[in-house]
Design a protein around this ligand. Sequence first.
Ligand SMILES: *Cc1c(COP(=O)(O)O)cnc(C)c1O
Length: 388
Amino acid sequence: MPDRLWLSLATMGGEERRFVQEAFDTNWVVPLGPNVTGFEEDLKRFLGQDKPVTALCSGTAALHLALIQCGVTRDDEVICQSFTFAASANPIAYLGAVPVFVDSERETWNMSPLLLEEAIQDRIAKIGRAPKAIVGVDLYGMPAQWDQIGAVADRYGIPVIEDAAEALGSELNGRKCGTFGRFGVLSFNGNKIITTSGGGALVCPNDDAARKTVFLATQARDPAPHYEHSEIGYNYRLSNVCAGIGRGQMLALDGFVRRRREIHALYAERLADVRGISVKEAPAPNHALNYWLTTVLVGEESAGHGPRTDDGAARKRERLRLALDAENIESRPLWKPMHLQPVFSDAPFYGNRTSETLFEQGLCLPSGAGMTASDIDRVCDIIRKVVP
Ligand SMILES: *Cc1c(COP(=O)(O)O)cnc(C)c1O
């Protein structure tokens, strides 16, 4: 049996050890230090827009601190894209607030601006106040329709949090993902486009917000020689050792994105004539994906057609997943929408089955930057055998 092909294996760029070694040599084995500051500067420079970046222990922590700074408290409502990973929604619940889930649109698979506005209007009509914040996502590295989402949010004066955990290196109209909302969330978990073994960052609108983020992430200590606290704090800072890995990864990031794009192009080319599979593509050239994962819909004639809601879709997709698994290849269904998750079964939802259909039909293919062309052939040969 050939080696297992994993969905998204982390790759080292080469310089990570040097930065980590430096942390040991200079005795900065703590949750602050030159690697943390250096990593934050690297991220800020990479993203452009002059937005300060705060390194944290996870993307989930970044979302939590963004929601707090948007003023979200108990019983507030927060709009969240339904088609996403649970980490986009969980921090809403940490605060005792209520997630209101909104479905996706077909072009980007991300939050539908039309359904967003419908949801806001209906919440105002039903509970007499607007949602406190909007969490939109750049799923699988696909930039959401930020111009339209931003326009709707502005009409009602609601701050937007961009969950760009999967989209470091993606761009919309030449602008990097992570910079579109009031706050932007990044993740450096082991399976993301870069890794710090575990980590995240909050992209902040200004220096005051960045200072506040660090304050909240370090137990909310007031200025005093003793430990004085007038707010609840958290222990969310990234360690200087992990940030060292991050600095090394930043040197390799452009190469990782280039390689993931090549992998996507190879899949698209080799599967172009398979009628039962469509490889997800950017809806227009201004959407420049990092192609963190290459995703396909099973049982579709070709890209761009509407969803065919047939009951067999999930079965076809599962047949392919099992066939790949039998050949030691990891693949995974697309994210199961939050409004279908038992834990969120009471949450309001505004939708039209788009994310449900995508969940039934969709599969993520192995996409790690370390994959070779023959690895891709191995995956495509099985797809050709299973899907007519
Ligand atoms: C990975 C991920 C997160 C959470 O990031 P962690 O660093 O794992 O906490 C949040 N949102 C999305 C969409 C993700 O894929």
